[in-house]
Ligand binder design. Sequence first.
Ligand SMILES: *[C@@H]1O[C@H](CO)[C@@H](O)[C@H](O)[C@H]1NC(C)=O
Length: 600
Amino acid sequence: MSKLGMEEHTTFFLKFLGVLFFLMTFGQVGQLAYCWLMTGGLLWLALTSGLGFSHDDSVAVLAAVFGLRAIPFIGKRLMTLAATYPLALTFRFASKILPKYTIDEAQFFSCDGCSDEVAARRKASLQELSEKWKKKYPKCQEFSLELKKMISDLRFTSARCFPAFNGVVQKYLDPSMALDRTEGVDVVDIDENSAMDISGSYGVNVCGYEKYKEFIEEGWTTAKKQGLFLGSLDKTVLDNIARLRKISGQPEVSFHMSGTEAVMCAVRVARFNTQKPLVVTFGGAYHGWWDGMQPVAGNERLPSDVLCLKDMSNLSLKVIEARSSEIAAVLVNPLQCFHLNQSPPSDPVLSSNNRKVGPTPGYKEWLHRLRDTCKQGGIPLIFDEVYTGFRLHPRGAQGAYDVKADIVCYGKTLGGGLPIGVVCGPTDLMARGDAKKAARVNYVIGTFAGHPFVMASMNAFLKWLELPETIKSYDVMHANIDNFIKTANAKFQEKDYPIQLTNWFSVWSILYTKPGRYHWLFQYFLKDAGVSLSWVGTGRLLFSLEWKKEDYDRLLERLLSACEQMQKGGWWEEPKANIKAKLGVEIGTAVFKNVLGLTG
Ligand SMILES: *[C@@H]1O[C@H](CO)[C@@H](O)[C@H](O)[C@H]1NC(C)=O
């Protein structure tokens, strides 16, 4: 019957295959898979040899046992899938398919189907701006040209528009700035041009640039005796800890060098001390550049131990409840409230008028429900307050929304102008060692943690934060901002400019009320009008406590002057073609060319 006559060796070969499978998949297949295989094997042995079942009956019993066991498991997985932020599922495929493409100069000015007259006006406007900038920013442009050869980060951040337009825009305009100094709410570049700063230095500038000069000065006065010395804590550190305990409402404090590191620490201590694998985040939230906490865009090693769920969704709460035995922590960045489940509102993703940002009603109630769900499931709630701590309120989002987190991460402005990351939490969650097992250690440390100069400038910041006039200044700022937003929006409407401002505390953004392919250009005209933005452009803007009524008025004048330039240049002419359809065709063609290998 058998050609090779191997009947009596079948068992040997089956075992051989089993061992090979184990060796070749070890470390790549989860331990759970081996456990299931092993359990299946043992059950099989017990049924066939021990209980004398026939092979066919044993298969049926095994199928029934595993089927029953799988029901709750599959139920939870399906629920998770339904609650998952959609981009977290599709991004890894989209990022492989979406090609780069360039709109060349012949199409650049008329890619919304405009008339020749409008295209000519646009071209003249861009040329005029380009010529003007050559005269206005000669030193800045030379500086940036040199620097770009050597700093990849700068090449990345100097691309400030919808990527397809980059090629042409970079030929005409370079928005890079080399800064000489800050002067109140203004920054002055090396060509001596002054601009009002609404970039907020990536969120650090809460107090106003002049304040940081004071903090740093004061810090240096205290710290210069020590200079570099690391590894010994002094009275300043103790004082900082006492103040941070009060602000965070948590007994333990851990110092790090950046907000990203603070998040790394918080997630690690939560996983270590709960001995559970998963961390929940909410779609669209940013938690620093560590790839362990970037479940969607921005990195190649998409983490498999992060559940990225939909924000403000009751289903997400159900998933957290059902899978509480696997979840080490729920991580929240309250800034998420401003662009709920949207991609970061930067100009490079602005392809039409597709920016939806603004404060979300009901966010406070959601945070409280999330707080309750975490408490019931025994899951630590981590607030990533790197951005929001001290910006929303002297006690951050915890203060602004009256909700208490278990672990709080701070960064940015807390260092009084120097780099810092801080984690505050309860003793049991902050432990770096296992009370019962000598070799289980959570190695979370940092060379520069507790640097005397940083500690001293932080101390200056924390002392300032407690002053009664500081606390009052937050209310004054929020009233000024509300007033500014109202006045500005009324003005834009009156002038029929297609923009609208929206804010959430001192974070604000520019919305476009009509479709258009050139809205991203607004940031270039803003720069020209003397307004300094960060590389994400008009999507995320910031005010500081330093801004006075006169400053807001001065800013509005500049916004209006930039609007006038946009209007005059024909950039806001009503599109003649359907932009979404055009985009679809452009991207579809590029994908097609890419698949055929027609582009590089
Ligand atoms: C979510 O649950 C809360 C409280 O149980 C309820 O008030 C709210 O209406 C629910 N939201 C939706 C969208 O079903």
